[in-house]
Design a protein around this ligand. Structure first.
Ligand code: G6P
Length: 600
């Protein structure tokens, strides 16, 4: 949700900012812009649309050693050039990620003071406010402290003041911001990939801090005392931000999944059941679990519910974060709230964490981005080891999330003696085999299924139990990248209204992996088949039927319930991918979406 970047050093700032913006483009791609200092003045270049449009407008040999940049996911105002950042008023030029909730009243106040605005954005008031405060106080750090008191909402800001030639100021609240540390050069960025070409050292700015950046970095608290922070070294390399020969990041990330599974499970399994327990929080005192997430993280929670209820015998409720944060919550000290998030910065998920903390409820975060807000604020954190995910549609992070949830079900079930030691060891063994199973399924040819689908306007995904949870993620993958209206339905529920939409040629993708209820789902598939549906069946090898009703069939290996969701998610990811590819969609950057949703 908007990416910001800033640079001060001895390199050509325009090139550094452009590299940073390209690496952050997954956060928003409605428009982009940069501001840089050249010949003692600030030059601003903006363009609507993707970063390549901005790139065409830049004179890259211009001499400049400092600047700020922004790639936008529009919230207030159309995604046109005027509304794109940076915004400049008086002596101040800013880039902003987040939402200023009280911008209208601030704007009124500034207008009364003679300020004029050019854009429809909430962000422009920040530049006006800084200019007004600076004209009164003339001390930039005190001005920023004052600014923070006046702003309501979320923000990560890169700030340049005309009077302070080489310095960038940065401040944040509830929106991510890191400070990249180089040799006599420093950076600000919304996320690590933006700086990786230049440095792998960074600091995370806290909500209460202000950063002052040129060839040195000073961090101040809100009393303006200097704060000493250790730099973190990013473990990984630049390859994460490159496609490495794959046509899209999404495809690359799908292919990375065998490695992701190995990395995610290895701390839990390297020493058998002992390390499983050593690396898990103590779940002993909980008799109820609430799982919270948005988008695919919510769908991962549904898989977790199915496994934890079945194998750990604990009731689990799964909620979409934007609903949970405003609902009446029934919890007590025996309730654990699990928050799932790839980015660890999703505004609604973070708000839920803060809400339940205020109620004194214990929290566990399942997070991909190390050091993210959710990871830092939760009582306990388990990291998915998916590495940076660039494609807006998640694949590897989702797979890592459901892997952790299945390990949680195993750990609780084993410790409650609901799963015997022998069985638990067999299950552990199966996680070791999972990467090669996934690899094989990744190589299957899904083109025929996609061909039957890519010209259609709608599609239904059906399944029961855990297969319904998988259907929801499969359906989301298809709709978000191919723009085909797609609905996931519990197979048995279709006949209560929705079946009226099934006609000759309607595509239905059915998932049947649970032997206990396979017959029931198969009956439901036949009901839609007899009304003209084109059936694609994702079916586990162990299900016995001749499947003569299926037009297309993917048979997945029979595996235990703990690893089955990871296995059966693969065809769903690739059906979505191939369909969007045949349609010629911009797969890594679907329209209207952003990877990290840091606004409500
Ligand atoms: C966005 C992304 C989804 C993601 C959701 C939650 O909508 O496009 O892929 O599942 O946010 O993000 P999180 O970072 O909290 O997992």
């Amino acid at each position: 949700m908007c990416g910001i970047v800033g640079y001060s050093g001895n390199k050509n700032a325009i090139n550094v900012l452009l590299d940073g913006l390209k690496a952050l483009e997954y956060r928003g791609y409605d428009s982009a812009g940069i501001a840089y200092r050249t010949c003692n003045r600030i030059e601003i270049i903006k363009a609507s649309g993707k970063i390549v449009n901005l790139e065409k407008k830049l004179k890259k040999n211009t001499n400049s050693n400092m600047g700020i940049g922004h790639t936008r996911w529009a919230t207030h105002g159309k995604p046109n050039e005027t509304n794109s950042h940076p915004h400049r008023i008086g002596k101040f030029t800013i880039v902003h990620n987040g939402i200023i909730e009280n911008y209208e009243s601030l704007k009124k106040l500034l207008i009364q003071n003679g300020y004029k605005f050019k854009t429809e954005t909430d962000s422009e008031v920040i530049a006006g406010l800084l200019d007004k405060l600076y004209s009164e106080k003339n001390d930039i750090l005190k001005v920023i402290v004052e600014l923070k008191k006046l702003l309501i909402g979320s923000y990560a800001l890169g700030i340049i003041c005309d009077d302070i030639p080489d310095k960038i100021y940065a401040v944040r609240k509830d929106s991510p911001l890191i400070i990249g540390i180089g040799d006599n050069e420093n950076f600000i960025a919304s996320d690590v990939p933006a700086i990786l070409k230049y440095t792998n050292k960074y600091m995370i700015l806290d909500d209460s801090e202000i950063a002052e950046i040129n060839d040195k970095v000073n961090i101040y608290n809100d009393k303006l005392d200097i704060v000493f922070k250790e730099a973190i070294t990013f473990e990984g390399n630049l390859e994460v931000a490159e496609k490495n020969g794959y046509e899209h990041f999404m495809l690359k990330e799908i292919h990375e999944q065998p490695e992701v599974i190995k990395n995610t499970v290895s701390p839990f399994l390297k020493n058998g059941l002992e390390s499983l327990n050593d690396n898990m929080p103590d779940f002993g005192k909980y008799n109820k679990i609430d799982i919270i997430g948005c988008g695919s993280a919510y769908h991962a929670g549904l898989i977790g519910k199915s496994l934890i209820e079945k194998y750990a015998d604990i009731p689990v409720n799964v909620y979409v974060a934007s609903e949970y944060r405003y609902k009446k919550i029934f919890t007590d000290e025996q309730t654990l709230v699990i928050l799932i998030s790839q980015s660890g910065e999703t505004a609604d998920t973070l708000a839920c964490l803060r809400k339940v903390h205020e109620m004194g409820i214990n929290t566990l975060a399942i997070v991909n981005v190390v050091g993210s807000s959710l990871a830092r604020e939760a009582d306990k954190t388990i990291y998915t080891k998916a590495g940076p995910e660039i494609s807006v549609a998640t694949t590897k992070a989702y797979l890592a999330q459901i892997t952790i949830l299945s390990l949680i079900a195993l750990a609780i079930g084993y410790n409650k003696k609901l799963i015997s030691e022998k069985k638990a060891l067999e299950i552990i063994d199966s996680y070791e085999k999972l990467p090669s199973i996934i690899e094989k399924l990744t190589c299957y040819d899904y083109k025929n299924i996609a061909k039957a689908l890519y010209k259609k306007n709608n599609c239904f995904y059906i399944g029961r139990g855990i297969d319904y949870a998988l259907s929801m993620e499969g359906s989301l993958k298809l709709k978000e990248i191919s723009y085909i209206t797609s609905v996931a339905y519990p197979a048995g529920e279709l006949k209560h209204g929705t079946i009226s939409l099934i006609e000759d040629g309607t595509n239905v993708i059915a998932i049947v992996t649970d032997k206990n209820i396979a017959d029931k789902t198969i009956s439901n598939i036949k009901e839609v088949k007899s009304r003209g549906a084109v059936i694609t069946l994702i079916v586990a090898d162990k299900i016995d039927d001749d499947f003569d009703f299926a037009d297309y069939k993917v048979v997945t290996p029979s595996v235990n319930d703990f690893i089955s969701p990871m296995v059966n998610a693969i065809p769903l990811q690739l059906i979505g991918y191939m369909t969007a590819k045949l349609k010629g969609c911009d797969i890594d950057k679907p329209k209207n979406l952003a990877k990290s949703v840091t606004v409500e």
